[in-house]
Design a protein around this ligand. Structure first.
Ligand SMILES: NC(=O)c1ccc[n+]([C@@H]2O[C@H](COP(=O)([O-])OP(=O)(O)OC[C@H]3O[C@@H](n4cnc5c(N)ncnc54)[C@H](OP(=O)(O)O)[C@@H]3O)[C@@H](O)[C@H]2O)c1
Length: 328
C-alpha cells in the first residue's frame, strides 16, 4: 500500500540549542516529514548526528551564503519553512524567503522570532547593531509581508530556564549563570514565560491551524515576576538565592549596554560583548520596561496561543524548576 505523503517541514537551524525541542515536538505529531537544512561546516556537529538518529533528513546548504537558485532547490518539496537561527544572522534570512516566494510552493513560512513580546525600537539601544534585536526581527516581518508570503510570526516569551537563577558553581561560574542571579529595580514586573520544551508543541499546533495564517501568535505558560521565580527556585532547590543575588540598577543596565555596544561597534567579532549587550537589552525590555506580557503581545496584534489551544497545558515554572535543579 502506498504511503500517504506527509507535508514536508524544513527547519533551518535545527542543529542549534533550541532546534531539537522543535524537532521532537513536530515528530510527536507524526504529521510531518522533517528535513533540516544544515550549513556544511556544521555537518559534523554532534547535534546533527542526533537529528539523523531521530530520522530527520539532513539537507546540506547555507541559508546565509548560497545563491537564490540553490535556495530554491532546497525548498522545492517544502510545505512549511521554520527558521531557528542564531540571533546574529536574522537579516540573512531574506534570500531564503525570496526563494520561497519564487517557487510558490511553500504553504507557510515561520521566520526566526521565538522571542519575547516587545515594542518597536525598544531592544535596539545599540543603534548600528543588527544582532538579535527586536528591530531587526521586525524588519524581517515587514520583508515577509511585502513579499506576500503566507506566514505566521511566533513569539514564546522568555524561557522558564532563563528566569530561574542558577546555583553558583564552586569551580567557577559562567557569565550567563551570574547574569541569571541579577535582579533589577522592578522585581515585581510580570514576565510571560514558556518552557523551551513546550515551545515546539505550540509550533506544531500553530502551523496546522488555518486561524494563524498571516497572524502573530504569542505562546506562554505563566506570567510571573522575578521575585516569584526566586521563591519557586528556593522552595524547589533548597538553595538560598537571596543570599547570592546581585542587584543591578536601571542605570547600570544602561551603562552595561552602552559599554558593550561601544566595543562591538569597533569590533563586531567580540562575541562575548555581543552576548552581554543582547542579554542586557533583553533585561531592560523584560524586567525594567515590562514589555514581555500577554497583554502587550495582544496589543501588538498577537493571538493568544493559550486561548487557541486550551487542550495544550504547558509546564508550570515549578514543574520546570524541579527538572532544572535536579540537573544542577
Ligand atoms: N525566548 C527565549 O527565551 C529564547 C531563548 C533562546 C533562543 N531563542 C530563540 O531561538 C533562536 C535559536 O536560538 P539557538 O540558541 O537555538 O541558536 P544557536 O544554537 O546559536 O544557532 C542556531 C543555528 O543557527 C545557525 N547559525 C549559528 N551562527 C550562525 C551565523 N553566524 N550565521 C548563520 N547561521 C548561524 C546554525 O545553523 P547550522 O547548524 O546549520 O550551522 C545554528 O545551528 C534564537 O534566534 C531566538 O530567536 C529564544
Amino acid at each position: 500500500m502506498a504511503h500517504e505523503q506527509k507535508p514536508v517541514v524544513l527547519l533551518v537551524g535545527a542543529a542549534g540549542r533550541f532546534g531539537l525541542q522543535i524537532v521532537e515536538a513536530l515528530q510527536a505529531t507524526n504529521a510531518f516529514d522533517i528535513v533540516a537544512l544544515v550549513r556544511p561546516e556544521s555537518l559534523s556537529k554532534t547535534s546533527v548526528t542526533v537529528l539523523r538518529e531521530k530520522g530527520v533528513k539532513i539537507r546540506p546548504g547555507d541559508f546565509s551564503k548560497d545563491t537564490i537558485s540553490q535556495l530554491e532547490d532546497y525548498l522545492a518539496d517544502v510545505d512549511f519553512l521554520i527558521s531557528l537561527i542564531n540571533f546574529t544572522a536574522i537579516l540573512e534570512q531574506k534570500n531564503m524567503f525570496l526563494a520561497a516566494k519564487n517557487i510558490r510552493r511553500v504553504r507557510r513560512v515561520i521566520p526566526c522570532d521565538f522571542g519575547t513580546a516587545c515594542v518597536p525600537n525598544r531592544r535596539k539601544l545599540y543603534d548600528e547593531g543588527d544582532c538579535g534585536c527586536y528591530t531587526v526581527k521586525l524588519q524581517i516581518r515587514t520583508y515577509v509581508w511585502d513579499l506576500g508570503l503566507p506566514h505566521t510570526f511566533i513569539d514564546i516569551g522568555w524561557f522558564i530556564e532563563f528566569i530561574l537563577p542558577q546555583i553558583p558553581k564552586s569551580e567557577g561560574d559562567e557569565w550567563f549563570s551570574q547574569f541569571s542571579r541579577q535582579t533589577y529595580d522592578s522585581e515585581n514586573v510580570k514576565v510571560a514565560v514558556t518552557a523551551s520544551t513546550d515551545a515546539g508543541e505550540f509550533v506544531a499546533k500553530i502551523i496546522q491551524d488555518d486561524r494563524t495564517i498571516n497572524k502573530y501568535v504569542f505562546c506562554w505558560s505563566e506570567e510571573i515576576t522575578q521575585g516569584d521565580a526566586y521563591k519557586i527556585a528556593k522552595s524547589v532547590s533548597g538553595y538560598d538565592f537571596d543570599a547570592v543575588k546581585v542587584h543591578v540598577s536601571d542605570e547600570d543596565v544602561h551603562r552595561r549596554i552602552t559599554e558593550a555596544a561601544a566595543i562591538v561597534q569597533k569590533d563586531p567579532s567580540q562575541w562575548f560583548e555581543v552576548v552581554k549587550m543582547t542579554s542586557y537589552e533583553y533585561a531592560y525590555s523584560i524586567y525594567i520596561c515590562g514589555d514581555n506580557t500577554v497583554e502587550n503581545a495582544k496589543r501588538q496584534g498577537g493571538l493568544d496561543a493559550r486561548t487557541l489551544y486550551p487542550d495544550l497545558v504547558p509546564k508550570t515554572v515549578e514543574q520546570v524548576a524541579k527538572v532544572f535543579y535536579a540537573q544542577t
